[in-house]
Design a protein around this ligand. Structure first.
Ligand SMILES: [Ca+2]
Length: 730
């Protein structure tokens, strides 16, 4: 019973204050308990529990996109510039949190945390966001808000921006989501009953919506025989026939070829609002529901609907904020109309702070120049390790339960929604190392109870992969980005890439690094950061884990005729040739660095001549995104692709063929550490190739693999990867 909102004594006592006695059964129970025999108590408790189950609230989580702390009236935005009456209404009818945090300063990682109660940096995604073609990033066996509520009889929908990937992540050719085919697993496989989504952003290169398992309105593709996919009417103003680079975020993406109706940017918000409100209207009293509604506003491109354009005094960005507010108003109105508002917990927040790069020309900068403090008084914004990237509006409304018109200063995080939801429905969380690893029950804070704050500490994590740990007034920034950071970014954000300590209570704008004066705090927070990070969870203190280096596989010796051998411990000499990028010998290997992102990878080429045989070499990653070994054959080529997280074999297009001639043959997940030499072995036999990297091996079959191999091209994308001890044996 502990944690069940209406079963816990502590909660019930608060409910007794906040709501009429007749809807707080435990209060009644406690009044009559002393006078009834123990045997009857069981019956009372059982019926109270059944009552609680029947009355668990609907839950609506509205997670907006890139919406900064200072971008709404309720959080101090100047009403002369923008007006947000619907968000302000939520604040008035509910509770406003002043220290609520996202887990990441970019989209996908925070979204992962919201649904799973786990920091995303515990997964393979250690920086930036998922791609449009990334597989589903949430394991289908993992506890999510949706799967938890499903168990309790909820109807669940995910409507809006998804950005958590579709399709299978391991051992599958569907490594790259195929939008012409069934997009599964996806939201429906992690507990949702309905999905209507924008794959990554409304400026992404798909230009489509996804409904459940397929692109909405897909007319041709890999559609199962006899299946007719629903789509819009031909005159639906939310759709158009073509979608071009000008519709995308950066204005130059190559648009994905799809036979499907395309989004109209200015109509995406109204369309999502309509889908969400229609879904709410279909819900029946007596069956609770969970709506995970994720508007695309106020992410780029900034595309307010025509009737709103020019209405704010903060430019198009202000109008775009109005669009978000209007959508929230639509949801609240749908709840009112359906008679749901009194039984619905509404949470509004954002996935990260607002874009704040005042040195750069943008609509956000225009708004800032007009006087709108996008992230309030906080430092930085989206992408950063500063508070402007994480501290976001967080509003909670639940009539009769959450005290209206109140403010709470407790430190909470969007990752807490899972444990809080579990408490609401009376579900015990699994062990801390198996689910909701980083999620705390903050229901007492929602309900305005004078409880000890749920959290002692909190992680935040920047787009560059920099960790920071908050505890009490302190924020300790570890200052170490991932290796993959490009030189330009490393310079531009150098101030984020060093250890530093801030006293957020005295200095909320993070102006003064006080680490020198508080070595004890630095020591303690740094140790705690390691312990939580290495221990796998943070909602309990994990045991100290000794971080052992990952084992390096020892490959068996290869017998046979040695055709080629090279230590690669000096500058390349014939027959080796560095044909692209920069190649330098150091640390016992030869290292490739791609010159600039625009050109192909750094290339080291060597002719060879074998058909069946074994190729061995060692590889080390120091920041390169990936290595590709392109093997030329008589008539074509294929490549072995190795990154720190993936191993794959792909047939390349033949000469004259375009990119559609690319054929991924096999894929598997890898987990390689940087700065470690790993063995690579490729064995060719007939039309079969086996690739092994450290202890992971996979096999592919294709006619091209049986052709005579005439040259090896070691390619490096990014900066840098090293090679040594190449050996070809026949
Ligand atoms: Ca975002």
């Amino acid at each position: 019973m502990r944690g069940a909102i209406l079963g816990s004594g502590a909660v019930a006592s608060s409910l007794g204050r906040a709501v009429p006695a007749e809807i707080a059964p435990r209060s009644i129970l406690s009044q009559i308990m002393p006078r009834i025999p123990a045997s009857l108590l069981v019956l009372f408790v059982a019926s109270a529990s059944a009552w609680a189950a029947a009355r668990t609230p609907n839950i609506v989580v509205i997670l907006s996109d890139d919406f900064g702390y200072g971008s709404t009236g309720a959080y101090g935005a100047n009403g002369e510039l923008i007006q947000t009456p619907n968000l302000d209404r939520l604040a008035k009818e509910g509770r406003r949190f002043t220290d609520a945090s996202t887990t990441s300063s970019v989209c996908s990682p925070t979204r992962y945390s919201v649904l799973t109660g786990r920091y995303c940096w515990r997964t393979s995604l250690k920086h930036e966001v998922l791609g449009t073609f990334s597989p589903l990033h949430i394991e289908t066996t993992r506890l999510t808000m949706a799967s938890l509520l499903k168990k309790h009889g909820y109807q669940n929908a995910a409507i809006g921006k998804w950005h958590l990937g579709y399709g299978t992540a391991t051992d599958s050719l569907k490594w790259r989501a195929d939008y012409t085919a069934e997009l599964s697993p996806g939201p429906l496989e992690i507990g949702f009953d309905y999905h209507f989504g924008v794959p990554s952003n409304h400026g992404d290169l798909t230009g489509v919506f996804v409904e459940n398992h397929f692109v909405y309105g897909l007319r041709s593709g890999k559609i199962p025989a006899g299946m007719k996919l629903p789509g819009p009417d031909s005159d639906d103003p939310n759709f158009k026939a073509t979608y071009g680079p000008e519709d995308t975020e950066n204005g130059k993406a190559t648009i994905l070829a799809l036979d499907a109706p395309r989004r109209v940017n200015e109509r995406v918000m109204p369309q999502l609002t309509r889908k969400a409100t229609e879904w709410i209207a279909q819900q029946k009293a007596g069956t609770p529901f969970f709506l995970y509604y994720t508007p695309v506003a106020v992410h780029n491109p900034i595309t307010p609907e025509k009737d709103l354009a020019g209405r704010s005094k903060a430019g198009l960005y202000g109008d775009w904020i109005h669009e978000l507010d209007r959508s929230v108003g639509g949801i609240l109105e749908a709840l009112d109309k359906g008679g749901f508002s009194d039984h619905t917990l509404v949470v509004f927040s954002s996935d990260n702070g607002g874009v704040f790069k005042p040195g750069r020309d943008s609509l956000q900068t225009d708004a800032f120049k007009a006087g709108l403090k996008v992230n309030g008084r906080l430092r930085g914004g989206k992408h950063d390790v500063w508070q402007g990237g994480f501290q976001v509006p967080f509003l909670v409304r639940w009539p009769g339960h959450v005290p209206a018109g109140t403010v709470c200063d407790e430190m909470i995080s969007v990752v807490d929604l899972l444990a809080t939801t579990a408490a609401i429905v009376g579900e015990k969380l699994p062990a801390a190392d198996t689910g909701a690893e980083d999620s705390f029950n903050v229901l007492p804070a929602f309900l305005g109870q004078d409880a000890t704050p749920a959290r002692r500490d909190l992680f935040v994590h920047s787009s560059d992969g920099v960790y920071a740990l908050r505890q009490g007034p302190w924020k300790w920034i570890e200052g170490v980005p991932v290796d993959e950071i490009k030189d330009g970014a490393r310079k531009a954000r150098a101030d984020q890439f060093k250890p530093q300590l801030y006293h957020l209570k005295d200095d909320p704008a993070e102006t003064k690094d006080v680490s020198a004066g508080h070595p004890d705090v630095v020591r303690e927070l740094s140790a705690l950061l390691h312990r939580y990070r290495d221990g796998g969870y943070s909602r309990e203190l994990p045991p100290v884990v000794e971080k052992r280096p990952a084992p390096i596989a020892t490959l068996s010796p290869v017998e046979g005729e040695v055709l080629l051998t090279a230590a690669l411990d000096s500058a390349p000499t014939l027959p080796w040739a560095a044909t692209r990028g920069v190649w330098t010998a150091h640390d016992g290997g030869l290292w490739g660095v791609q010159k600039n992102a625009g050109e192909q990878g750094a290339t080291l080429r060597v002719p060879t001549r074998f058909t069946d045989g074994t190729l061995d070499y060692m590889i080390q990653f120091r920041g390169a995104n990936r290595h590709s070994l392109r093997i030329e054959t008589g008539a074509g080529s294929f490549r072995i692709e190795i990154s720190r997280t993936q191993l794959g074999i792909t047939k390349n297009p033949r000469s004259g063929e375009d990119k559609s001639g690319t054929e991924p043959l096999v894929r598997k997940a890898l987990d390689l550490q940087p700065h470690v030499w790993y063995p690579v072995r490729l064995i060719f036999k007939g039309d079969e190739a086996t690739a092994q990297v450290n202890d992971i091996a996979l096999t592919a079959r294709h006619a091209v693999l049986a052709e005579p191999k005439t040259a090896l091209n070691f390619l490096v994308f990014g900066d840098s990867a090293g090679f040594r001890q190449v050996r070809v044996t026949r």
